[in-house]
Design a protein around this ligand. Structure first.
Ligand SMILES: Cc1ncc(COP(=O)(O)O)c(C=O)c1O
Length: 415
């Protein structure tokens, strides 16, 4: 059985604590934590009367806009290569279900991939990430992992990568992406490249997509849940290769879509078509969001590092993946032995919500956790202020949460 998604569950536990009057530093939920850009709300209002079903793959208008989004990122795309859906999550599932074979996943990687692979009746082959960033398997170990998996009776034919990555908040280098593309090519793997965070690289730098390096074997997904904080509006898209095989994958994904969700909500198509055209007001909003995520993620990373945790310095999105191994002796003494124990202890005893690395496929005994920094921005008005601030980590409501975090970590980590 696939259980309740760990990320959604922690959110509900935090809500229960808060409604009982407890103060919680909530670093457990990966929502972008920013308000809706008014220009997008205007588009939604204008389209509210549009209640007919849309084409399963999406209207010509929205697919054309989505193709343009990839084109501007150096990935030329025809409108027929695109599909849109209520979020990229269903498209990822459809891609995994539509293509035969077992699934290689970076370890750790986003909670949903392994659950979706299980739903699609596939084995998961975990492949450890490199030491300097996540999102892809370590190219040095991938070929061995594939050989061992085959010897063990698995049939690895799909590789999911996350560029930039959740949970580590990092983006793989071009050399590393090239490395895994070469191995994927040699071993006949199809790459599913989840690029939902690609507009949130902290320094605005580019993301090297396998769709450029291995164009015939890469399906790319993206969406507006992170760059425009529209998670609840459910806007996602996928791009298949312009090949005979790509066309077959498109048809197979479409078949699943037609029986599971029928289409993206028609008013959302209109929002997506506008947003994916990237008018200046949208592009500026994304730039301000990226800068805010960068400033706060960097400030939180410094607090973890100062407290004695180790982590990959964050370079994209709004996540960190700290390891509290240096406090093991102290924590073991009070009965904390696994990452899950640690997450419970932090929430129940200290009011700090994080997700254990085990939820992301990491070793259960490791004291690694996924920390999301985007719920620190405050309420709606405060979020607008944070977006406009040159030094958001110094805003009083954010600084107060950071101070609280510093205190908690000092109590947890000091021998
Ligand atoms: C790596 C990754 N992919 C996809 C998604 C979900 O995207 P969507 O809202 O488009 O379904 C998330 C959201 O947490 C994510 O972290």
């Amino acid at each position: 059985m696939v259980t309740h998604s760990a990320t959604l569950e922690i959110n509900e536990r935090v809500a229960a604590y808060r409604s009982a009057g407890r103060r919680i530093v909530h670093l457990g939920f990966g929502e972008a934590g920013l308000p809706v850009l008014p220009a997008l709300a205007d588009r939604l209002r204008e389209a509210a009367g549009d209640n007919s079903y849309a084409p399963v793959a999406g209207s010509e208008e929205v697919r054309h806009a989505a193709a343009g989004y990839w084109h501007r990122r150096g990935i030329p795309t025809g409108d027929d290569q695109m599909l849109v859906a209520p979020g990229s999550k269903p498209l990822l599932y459809a891609a995994l279900a539509a293509i035969e074979g077992d699934v290689v996943l970076p370890m750790p990687s986003w909670v949903t991939y392994a659950a979706q692979a299980a739903l699609a009746g596939k084995r998961v082959i975990p492949a450890p990430i490199p030491t300097d960033h996540g999102g892809i398997p370590d190219p040095d170990g991938l070929a061995d992992t594939l050989r061992r998996a085959r010897a063990d009776g698995a049939d690895p034919r799909l590789l999911v990568v996350t560029l930039p990555d959740n949970p580590t908040g990092t983006v793989a280098s071009e050399a590393a992406v090239r490395g895994i593309c070469e191995i994927a090519d040699r071993h006949g793997l199809v790459i599913v490249s989840d690029e939902i965070y690609r507009d949130l690289v902290h320094d605005g730098g580019p993301v090297t997509s396998p769709a450029v390096l291995l164009p015939d074997r890469t399906i790319v997904t993206g969406g507006l849940s992170k760059n425009l904080a529209l998670g609840g509006w459910r806007i996602g898209f996928a791009r298949v290769p312009a090949t005979t095989e790509g066309t077959a994958w498109h048809a197979a994904i479409l078949g699943i879509a037609s029986e599971l969700w029928s289409c993206m909500a028609t008013p959302m198509e209109r929002v997506a078509a506008y947003a994916l055209g990237e008018p200046e007001v949208v592009a500026n909003h994304i730039t301000r969001s990226r800068r805010l995520h960068a400033a706060v993620a960097t400030a939180v990373a410094a607090i973890f590092t100062d407290a004695g945790a180790t982590l990959r310095p964050p370079t994209a999105g709004f996540y960190l993946y700290p390891d509290l191994e240096s406090a093991r002796t102290k924590l073991t003494r009070i009965g904390v032995r696994t990452g899950a124990d640690l997450a419970h202890y932090l929430l129940d005893e200290h009011g700090l919500a994080v997700l254990p690395g085990e939820s992301f496929g990491d070793t259960p005994a490791a004291f690694r956790s996924r920390v999301a920094t985007s719920l620190l921005y405050g309420d709606t008005e405060q979020r607008w202020e944070a977006l406009g601030s040159a030094e958001p980590a110094r805003l009083p409501w954010i600084a107060a949460e950071l101070e609280r975090l510093r205190d908690i970590l000092a109590r947890v980590m000091t021998p």
